[in-house]
Write a protein that binds this ligand. Structure first.
Ligand code: AMP
Length: 284
């Protein structure tokens, strides 16, 4: 395994890789969720590239860019153990050496939920992912469903801009008690860690109600909201998984996502679960 710190070195390494190349973009502080993406890329591609870059463009003012966990040595060791071919770990000035005047701006798909709460976030994500795709030039790129709106934004970007890369969505890896793995879980105190399961519990409650055929989203969410404390709600919603617009009257026989964000102290947790709304049966 080699570690490329410059764009030129990454491109030189890429030239000797067997194709197809599978690519896993990350911000490091790797956990089993990231490593499941790596395992999938390894299983499906001849070579695997992982990037580690804490991208300042996708953090808003007052967010956790400065304190985001950075564990490069441990990450590189874990990736070596997992059979990765190249780690691309550029410094900030390598990625943004001239500043940036050109951005990739996702529009409607970023209007609600994460995009609404974190202005500029998806512009930062889309811009850095486009740059990484141009540098690594993978045939396939692997993203977690944990960040479902991000996955939808990247899928639309690749499709709208005709990028020659297949986007692969991968299942969310969870702790035994339901908490989705996240690098930000490292911020949680023992008490907050115990409370953090309330987000997945609220989403499970939404999924159960939708499965039962209930279709008033507002009532379903109001009931699930009761399960969140001591977490503080940011949002709970039921959305179409490609447009990311909240639905009010749940359509029949449709795949939907229950999505949520909540605070444990100052740590913001996000999660989502898929649900298939049943066909409506006529009552006589
Ligand atoms: P991040 O380092 O947070 O930018 O995440 C890098 C990639 O790992 C993204 O595609 C995430 O969606 C994915 N990821 C993060 N947490 C999980 C998880 N618990 N299960 C599966 N994928 C994840």
């Amino acid at each position: 395994m080699t570690v490329a710190r410059s764009i030129a070195d990454m491109r030189a390494q890429r030239a000797r890789l067997k194709q197809p190349i599978g690519f896993v973009p990350t911000m490091g502080a790797l956990h089993a969720g990231h490593l499941s993406l790596v395992a999938r890329a390894r299983a499906e591609c001849a070579s695997t590239v992982v990037s580690i870059f804490v991208n300042p463009l996708q953090f808003g003012r007052g967010e956790d860019f400065d304190r985001y966990p950075r564990t490069l040595d441990a990450d590189v060791a874990a990736l070596e153990n997992h059979g990765v071919d190249v780690v691309f770990a550029p410094e900030h000035d390598e990625m943004y050496r001239h500043g940036t005047v050109t951005f990739v701006e996702p529009s409607t798909i970023a209007a609600y939920l994460e995009g609404e709460r974190r202005p500029g976030h998806f512009r930062g994500v889309a811009t850095v992912v486009a740059k990484l795709f141009n540098i690594v030039a993978p045939q396939r790129a692997y993203f977690g469903r944990k960040d479902a709106q991000q996955l939808a934004v990247v899928e639309r970007m690749a499709s709208d801009l005709d990028m020659p890369v297949e986007i692969v969505g991968c299942e969310t890896v969870r702790e035994a008690d339901g908490l989705a793995l996240s690098s930000r879980n490292a911020y949680l105190s023992a008490e907050q860690r115990a409370a953090a399961t309330h987000l997945s519990a609220a989403l499970r409650a939404i999924v159960e109600e939708v499965r039962q055929g209930r279709h008033d989203a507002r009532a379903i969410i109001a009931a699930a909201r009761q399960l969140l404390p001591p977490l503080r709600e940011d949002y709970l919603a039921i959305v179409d998984p490609t447009a990311f617009v909240p639905v009010e009257d749940i359509p029949a026989a449709t795949r939907l996502l229950a999505v949520g964000a909540a605070f444990a102290g100052s740590t913001r947790l996000i999660d989502n679960m898929e649900v298939f709304a049943p066909a409506r049966t006529l009552t006589v």
